[in-house]
Ligand binder design. Structure first.
Ligand code: ING
Length: 309
């Protein structure tokens, strides 16, 4: 039995005018709740410290950089690390990272239970577009504001097992889970900010979004015999709705804990990392069953060539 008591700390909406300090206060409340529930690891959403600013078109770099953290921890986030250390809780959360070299990433980190950062991940699959698109009800300018991640999908020895991270759109791509699965990942931590509607006016709405949200995380968990912890920033940010649907999925692909609101909400589950073992040793024993001689196209080709014929 390798138990990790996981808290999924879903956040409600962050408004454009909300200060970092105010948002961190809400995160501290969830961290205290997690402590009362005996959590040893707490996962917060993507871009937890700000509103989902890629919905806004900005041109001045100074205006863009206001949404980024130049240091982690920094003055606004130090209280998070201090409280996590006090409670002996490891934390993971997403934020916009401005590196010392001036590079911009959509990043998440993982600490140990003493508040030390032990892993960093930079979002690889950036959805949306890079120029203003008048056809959209709202923008989704992650390709404008962030570079694609440069750290791969690292899996870290922590919490008595193998822990990996990804962010939001990454969860829709099976490669994300398999690259970590091939490193023996036993728990994948991810945050997301997912608009409830497609910005290009197609009929897709919250029900579809919530269905796909569960579908991809349950599939990724099952197909790699890993726990998946998916945590939303949810609710209406400056008039733009984001789905909730935070959940903890076990290595058999079953949802064992799920949020029911679009507000600040903690979900908790006692996760036993040994539950990964059966799948990894049988159905998804990669070394026994995979036939990589037939998979080359997955990394040698980006898109469909010549119309797929
Ligand atoms: N958000 C969305 C996500 O992948 C999206 C963007 C939504 C893409 C629905 C495709 C379909 O959940 C982020 N931040 O990636």
């Amino acid at each position: 039995m390798r138990k990790v008591v996981v808290g999924g700390a879903q956040l409600g909406p962050n408004q454009k005018t909300d200060s970092r300090a105010r948002i961190v206060e809400r995160m501290l409340v969830l961290l205290d709740q997690a402590n009362s529930s005996g959590c040893t690891l707490v996962v917060f959403p993507e871009l937890a410290l700000t509103t989902f600013f890629p919905r806004w078109f900005m041109e001045k770099q100074s205006e863009i950089d206001q949404w980024f953290e130049a240091s982690m921890p920094g003055p606004d986030t130090q209280p998070l690390f201090d409280r996590a250390r006090l409670h002996n809780i490891a934390i993971s959360f997403g934020y916009a990272e401005l590196t010392p070299d001036g590079l911009h990433y959509n990043t998440s980190i993982l600490t140990d239970q003493q508040g030390n950062i032990i892993a960093r991940y930079r979002k690889i699959h950036l959805p949306g577009h890079s120029e203003f698109d008048s056809s959209r009800d709202f923008q989704h300018l992650e390709k404008r504001y962030f570079l694609p991640g440069d750290l791969g999908f690292p899996v870290t020895q922590a919490m008595g097992g193998r822990i990996g991270m990804c962010i939001c759109n990454d969860r829709r791509w099976p490669e994300t889970y398999r690259v970590m699965g091939l490193q023996g990942v036993e728990m994948i931590l991810l945050g997301y900010n997912t608009p409830s509607f497609n910005s290009q006016k197609v009929t897709e709405g919250p029900e579809d979004r919530l269905f796909h949200n569960a579908l991809v995380m349950q599939s990724g968990a099952y197909q790699n015999s890993s726990w998946v912890v998916g945590v939303a920033k949810a609710g209406i940010e400056d008039g733009f709705p984001l789905i909730g649907g935070s959940m903890i999925v076990n290595p058999d692909g079953r949802i064992v804990a799920a949020a029911t609101t679009e507000d600040d909400e903690l979900i908790v589950h006692d996760c036993d990392l040994d539950e990964c073992n059966f799948g990894k040793e049988t159905i998804f024993n990669f070394s026994r069953h995979r036939r990589i001689e037939h998979y080359g196209i997955i990394t040698s080709q980006v898109g469909v060539l010549n119309g797929g014929d």
